[in-house]
Design a protein around this ligand. Structure first.
Ligand SMILES: NC(=O)c1ccc[n+]([C@@H]2O[C@H](COP(=O)([O-])OP(=O)(O)OC[C@H]3O[C@@H](n4cnc5c(N)ncnc54)[C@H](OP(=O)(O)O)[C@@H]3O)[C@@H](O)[C@H]2O)c1
Length: 289
């Protein structure tokens, strides 16, 4: 039975993806940051899917997936119960306030949550994924990567005062890191683990509802909630990438919200950031083995 761990699965796209995969008979481990909510969601998914193989992992510390120690502890909890993992869906992500928040690890919070958390989880869970005959890592990006303002001397984007712009930048970094992971695994002869990007498309979830990005952007998010497609649409590609046998050998690719593999529009200058970005992330991750 395929065992899948999904971060940010207590709401939105992650919760729907978890339910879809549970209905297909996969064993699901949801990640949440609030134990009561996680317990409740596990029960809901069991009822909805008729699948009893649903459990949860919590990142307990208050700062959550922005906190590298919380991630390390969560992975330790994983290894206490499980040996192998087939699918890791790095789904948790958010646009945060315009006001910069520096985490206790010295990272900008958007970068920590959207870029470093998937990176560290991939690194720490790789031994479990390698035990799978068909290991898959799925990273969530967004169309906003096209508005990225990358900066080689400031990967955290501390100098960028717009929360939305930091978000778009972080989602470009997700794509670059996905490509780098795929190359690294291939160069190390790890053929049984793939890493791909899923773009869910804009859908009506809690996304952006609690962030403060100036009155106009805040209003746009509130209006968007009423007009955007249902959240189920955002789970189509994740569900596909986590279950379809046709993508088993594809790695380093970008899939749009209709399950189609496309080439992301990344400039030559942005592409040149892939290696320094990956090295920067590796340096941070090395502190959390
Ligand atoms: N919705 C869209 O239109 C859209 C478009 C493009 C990309 N995306 C991407 O899709 C992914 C899922 O977004 P969504 O729309 O489903 O958002 P959502 O409804 O806000 O759900 C986000 C999930 O991530 C969790 N989360 C948020 N911040 C966290 C933190 N600091 N630590 C740990 N967990 C955290 C949330 O936990 P709680 O349940 O505790 O709040 C929730 O389970 C994100 O990566 C987002 O960037 C979304």
């Amino acid at each position: 039975m395929t065992r899948t761990l999904i971060t940010g699965a207590t709401d939105g796209i992650g919760k729907i993806t978890a339910t879809n995969l549970a209905k297909m008979g996969q064993e699901i481990i949801i990640h949440g940051r609030n134990e009561r909510k996680a317990q409740q969601v596990v029960e809901e998914i069991k009822q909805d899917s008729g699948n009893e193989n649903i459990s949860y992992l919590i990142s307990y510390l208050i700062a959550d997936l922005t906190d590298m120690t919380a991630i390390q502890e969560m992975v330790n909890d994983f290894y206490k119960e499980f040996d192998h993992l087939d699918v890791l869906i790095n789904n948790a992500g958010a646009v945060l306030d315009d006001t910069i928040v520096k985490t206790k690890d010295g990272l900008e919070a958007t970068f920590a949550l959207n870029v470093m958390a998937p990176f560290l989880l991939t690194k720490l869970l790789l031994p479990a994924l390698e035990k799978s005959s068909d290991g898959r890592v799925i990273n969530m990006s967004s169309a906003t990567y096209r508005q990225a303002k990358p900066n080689k001397s400031d990967f955290n984007s501390f100098e960028n005062k717009s929360g939305q712009s930091r978000y778009g930048t972080s989602k470009l970094y997700v794509i670059l890191n996905t490509e780098s992971w795929a190359k690294k695994l291939a160069s190390e002869g790890i053929q049984n683990v793939t890493v791909n990007v899923s773009h869910p498309g804009a859908v009506a979830t809690n996304f952006g509802q609690n962030s403060d990005n100036g009155w106009l952007n805040n209003l746009v998010y509130k209006i968007a909630l009423k007009v955007m497609p249902a959240p189920e649409n955002g789970a189509i590609t994740n569900t596909f990438l986590a279950s379809d046998s046709g993508v088993e050998k594809i790695s380093g690719a970008f899939f749009d919200n209709k399950k189609k593999q496309i080439q992301p529009k990344i400039s030559v200058e942005e592409q040149q950031l892939a290696q320094p970005l990956f090295e920067y992330c590796e340096k941070i991750a090395a502190q959390f083995n």
